[in-house]
Design a protein around this ligand. Structure first.
Ligand code: MRU
Length: 356
């Protein structure tokens, strides 16, 4: 998708290096960063220079490529794979991508292992881009239905950034919106700010602006009243891990939005590629919920008038704070799942019918 009118993807491989857009600097600075080692990749994932479940997976896949370039010893590769899987705990795409790579690499001949790794990492990226496009075409039908009924701008609420910046291209939650816009359907997006890291304000609103899509940033607690006032037609969010029973783990605050949508009879959709489905875990209480540094809550970071990054403390110095990064929305509050294979109920039956 576009930044300043030029098309980009979020990650690419060039001259034996991985190139990423450093998302910690957006929307104020557009900076392309080079990752040269597996360590660089782990730092980029932990520090959220790259983030969003599908992009974390793709970056980890390239982390294994960089590990092989550094040292093509299999023990080193295995250590790298563990190191990558542990860099962030919640998004299942990370483990999914590393496992997919390792399955190929552990049985490869030494003279072909690097080329195989490069090809497989690229396949993961290409597949994600294709799936996100398909999610968009499937989700478009839901926006069209609402537009046919009301014949006025469709108001869509989204939380966090499940946009193209969180994937390779298109995004998951944003893909139906981009497709609707391309088709000429008038859409307006309510963008949850998404404290504490503000992925909604910094990334979703930014990418929608760059594509010319009408959007308004709201504080995270505003969605409820907008729903009561009839100003939200539908919600679409992404997910970091969806269990086979349809329970959805996503950015902290998603659950409260789903409850408000349920109470107001507003459809609450979750868009995801199959790489985000965890077929193994049976109970959402087993999902490792990332707890991040409480400084992300107690301090605010931004750019001053000179373009310098400034960090200021906003909480009382003596106060404790708890920074849980994700929550779980039980399946019963999810109207439908939008996947690359189609739209289904958020249930074992729904997912099994599409994927097994
Ligand atoms: O902590 P983040 O920014 O990586 O969290 C991102 C989200 O919660 C997204 O909604 C999710 O990863 C889906 S991205 C298509």
């Amino acid at each position: 998708m576009k930044i300043e009118g030029k098309n980009y993807k979020t990650i690419w491989f060039e001259d034996n290096k991985v190139k990423i857009i450093d998302q910690t600097k957006l929307p104020h600075k557009f900076l392309i960063k080079e990752l040269k080692t597996c360590d660089d990749v782990v730092v980029a994932i932990k520090g959220m220079e790259v983030r969003g479940a599908p992009l974390i997976g793709a970056t980890a896949a390239y982390g294994l490529v960089l590990s092989l370039i550094e040292n093509d010893d299999l023990d080193f590769l295995k250590k790298s794979s563990e190191y990558l899987i542990n860099s962030r705990p919640t998004a299942i795409n990370l483990k999914w991508a590393v496992d997919r790579m390792m399955k190929k690499l552990l049985v490869a001949e030494k003279n072909e292992i690097l080329n195989l790794a490069i090809t497989e990492a690229k396949n993961i990226c290409d597949e994600d881009e294709k799936f996100c496009n398909e999610i968009g075409l499937n989700g478009l039908t839901l926006i069209e239905e609402i537009y046919k009924k009301k014949n006025k701008t469709v108001n869509i609420l989204t939380h966090c950034n499940a946009g193209w910046l969180a994937t390779i291209n298109w995004g998951t939650a944003t893909s139906p919106i981009y497709h609707a816009h391309k088709k000429g359907i008038p859409v307006h997006v309510w963008v949850d700010e998404t404290r504490p890291r503000n992925q909604g304000a910094n990334l979703t609103s930014f990418e929608l602006n760059e594509e010319g899509i009408n959007n308004t940033i709201i504080a995270d607690n505003t969605g409820g009243i907008l729903m009561q006032r009839g100003e939200v037609d539908m919600c679409i969010v992404g997910t970091d891990r969806t269990l086979s029973n349809g329970d959805v783990c996503n950015k902290i605050g998603t659950y409260l939005k789903a409850l408000a949508a349920y109470d107001n009879n507003i459809p609450f959709y979750v868009a995801l590629p199959s790489s985000t489905i965890d077929w193994m875990l049976k109970d959402h209480k087993q999902i490792p919920i990332e707890e991040r540094n409480s400084e992300e809550l107690s301090h605010l970071e931004g750019f001053d008038a000179q373009g310098e990054i400034k960090k200021i403390q906003i909480y009382p110095k003596k106060s404790k704070s708890l920074n849980l990064a994700f929550d779980v929305t039980p399946a019963k509050y999810v109207t439908k799942l939008i996947t690359e294979k189609g739209i289904c109920d958020s249930s074992s039956e729904g997912l099994n019918n599409l994927f097994k």
